[in-house]
Design a protein around this ligand. Sequence first.
Ligand code: SAH
Length: 227
Amino acid sequence: MRIDIITCLPRLLEGPFSDSILKRAQEKGLAKVELHDLRKYATDKHHRIDDYAFGGGAGMVLMIEPVANCIRELKSQRDYDEVIYMSPDGQLLTQQVANELSLKGNIMILCGHYKGVDERIREHFITREISIGDYVLSGGELAAAVLTDAVIRLLPGVLSDETSALTDSFQDGLVAPPVYTRPAKFEDMEVPEVLLSGHEKKIEDWRFEQAVQRTEKRRPGLISKSK
Ligand code: SAH
């Protein structure tokens, strides 16, 4: 899978992809993340990428030309399954959306900044808009990093234990059960007996029960949705 991210702040995104799981996924050749500096696609000599909003008001708007140039150049190199704009009014990012995107081949992600991007980009170039939650960030970069992480960790071979992503919260309409590790006893705090029993079936039943109880308590909406 290939993810191209268009941003005016590429440095903000260098960190998340150069460590841990996202780095390994790229080293193994399972995913490729490329950052594209919007400023390189500016058309005037000052490398301007933003301008005042028509009609007035506070805040700058990302200009249509640099963004269109960048999207067009990338499209001339390969086909894209989705051209995504990160936006607070987009479709809410859920595990289901991440699952769906993980099946795609090439994805482009546009990070907005300031007041956002010229609406004509959204109308004519963007195929999908995604929000990471009902709050406003100062730029799309952190949102794009969240989306990219959620998608890449689902690619087969990325997580060392392949079943691991399947047992995470939301995959089966439930949140994850509690987990413990050594030592079995810390001060007077003990690990539930059943987990030490070595009895696979009992452990599986206990985990399922815990997941259901937790979901009912913490995310009751999930259960009614999956019914
Ligand atoms: N004026 C816009 C907000 C602009 S915030 C509005 O009120 O809707 C600047 C940029 O940050 C946006 O263009 C978008 O790319 C990104 N952004 C902000 N909040 C986001 C969120 N919750 N999810 C995804 N992207 C977000």
